[in-house]
Design a binder for this molecule. Structure first.
Ligand code: 5AD
Ligand code: SF4
Length: 439
């Protein structure tokens, strides 16, 4: 049998990146080989995101390019997975008739079955049921290449229904993966050489809450801490309302837990936070930040902010700016509010105009650049422990790695360093990375 080529394109978050890795692993078992050249593909899978309008639009333009390849190769199979597939289902086939497969967020494990059916019959398949108990959570995929870092899904779905967000509709209700499965997967990753795991979930702080008699998130972290070979643990994302004192303490007690937290705040105005259904106030958030910094003074904090949520006045926006000045995040991901079908915010009054959203975003991002640079500059002269992940993007005589605080460091070094933690003196700080010198 000739080998068949698989091309996967991923739009969206780390969760999607990880789902794509699972798709690749499943199809490799069926004899497919991954390629970076879409022109060579026999099967194209597009893993999609619909968190904001822009991501959803990107799906349509990307599909437009892929479908033209079918005119050259009639046997080419094109499948769409992820959030846009989940959201549109059959309707996606009407929009893009050359598609062969639309599979939802809970159907990844059935990919080999779908592809084999299409290969045999040529019939189109749409499967977006959310009813099954998230079986994709149970896929144990051995790492496909030797890697230093790996993602591990610990839960799926979300019960929070923030007023702007489609995730609860597209990823279903919160469901935690059994502790033993997670530990088994991580032990396997450690045996294959992985040194750092990033635990993934929409709201990892509520890990175990939806499972009867289950362990909580801090217990999970403590168990992972015991796994030999794993040197670092990260996790994302946390909801400020659910971050517990015991998790805050864990930053000072668990040696492998990296000193970084991504804690999306979304707004600094209590009125907007309430409209967003975030269920915390600005002061609650400030208190959590203070506790985190007391428990772990070096901790770096990153966050997400949405500007132009319906009803956001200049005063509300100013409160977000004031909060940023007070907290000084290490990094901030900021977005213009984007209307999503089915969400509560869609019907809210006081829509903010596009130019005003753009202006607010610009102000916020230029302030954040100052803060990020200030934080990075403060590291100049410090000695940091860096886990080397691979070669630098632009220079093969340089390697790149991360500090425990999640800052990217480039320095001159040999490929042998990959997978080790080395002391590096920070010489020069930039906006997106640091330049260092190995000691
Ligand atoms: N519009 C803009 N940003 C959004 N996010 C989620 N939904 C929307 C939306 N409708 C942002 C939030 C979230 C991040 C992953 O994406 O800030 O934390
Ligand atoms: Fe969306 Fe809110 Fe759930 Fe995060 S916590 S996935 S923003 S609904």
């Amino acid at each position: 049998m000739d080998k068949k080529n698989l091309y996967i394109s991923t739009i969206g978050c780390q969760m999607n990146v990880h789902d794509s890795e699972q798709m690749a692993a499943l199809m490799e078992k069926e004899g497919y080989v991954c390629t970076d050249d879409v022109g060579q593909a026999d099967l194209i899978l597009l893993n999609t995101c619909s968190i904001r309008e822009k991501a959803a639009q990107k799906v349509m333009s990307t599909l437009g390019r892929y479908r033209r390849l079918k005119t050259k190769k009639a046997s080419l199979i094109i499948g769409v997975g992820g959030c846009v597939a989940q959201q549109l289902g059959e309707r996606l086939l009407l929009k893009v008739p050359d598609l062969d497969l639309v599979f939802g967020t809970h159907n990844i494990h059935r990919l080999p079955e779908f592809i084999s059916e299409i290969e045999k019959t040529g019939k189109k398949i749409v499967e977006t049921s959310l009813s099954e108990k998230t079986p994709s959570l149970g896929i144990l995929t051995p790492p496909r290449k030797s890697k230093v870092t790996a993602f591990v899904t610990i839960m799926q779905g979300c019960n929070n229904f923030c007023a702007y967000c489609v995730v609860p509709y597209l990823r279903g209700r919160e469901e935690s993966r059994p502790l033993e499965d997670i530990l088994e997967e991580i032990a396997g990753l450690a045996r294959s050489g992985v040194k750092e795991v990033t635990l993934l979930g929409q709201n990892v702080n509520s890990y175990g809450r939806s499972t009867k008699g289950a362990t909580g998130f801090v217990e999970l972290l403590s168990e992972i801490e015991k796994i030999e070979g794993i040197k670092r643990i990260r996790f994302t994302t946390s909801h400020p309302k659910d971050i517990s004192d015991s998790l805050i303490e864990a930053f000072s007690q668990l040696g492998k837990l990296c000193k970084h937290i991504h804690l999306p705040v979304q707004s600094g105005s209590d009125r907007i936070l309430s409209l967003m259904n975030r269920r915390y106030t600005k002061n609650d958030y400030l208190e959590k930040v203070e506790k985190l910094r007391r428990s772990c003074p070096e901790i770096s904090i990153s966050s997400d902010v949405i500007v132009g949520f319906p009803g956001e006045t200049d005063g509300d926006f100013q409160e977000t700016i004031d909060m940023m000045e007070e907290i000084r995040f290490d990094t901030l991901f900021s977005f213009k509010y984007s209307e999503r079908q089915g969400t509560a915010a869609l019907k809210m009054e006081g829509k903010v105009s596009e130019p005003l959203k753009k202006e607010r975003l610009r102000i916020l991002q230029s302030l954040q650049e100052l803060h990020t640079l200030e934080k990075n500059k403060a590291m100049e002269g410090h000695i940091e422990q860096v886990l080397v992940e691979g070669f630098s993007k632009n220079c093969r005589s340089d390697v790149m790695g991360r500090t425990s605080t999640n800052k990217i460091v480039n320095f001159t070094g040999h490929g042998d360093l990959v997978g080790t933690i080395v002391p590096v003196r920070i010489k020069e700080a930039y906006l997106h990375s640091l330049r260092g010198e190995m000691l």
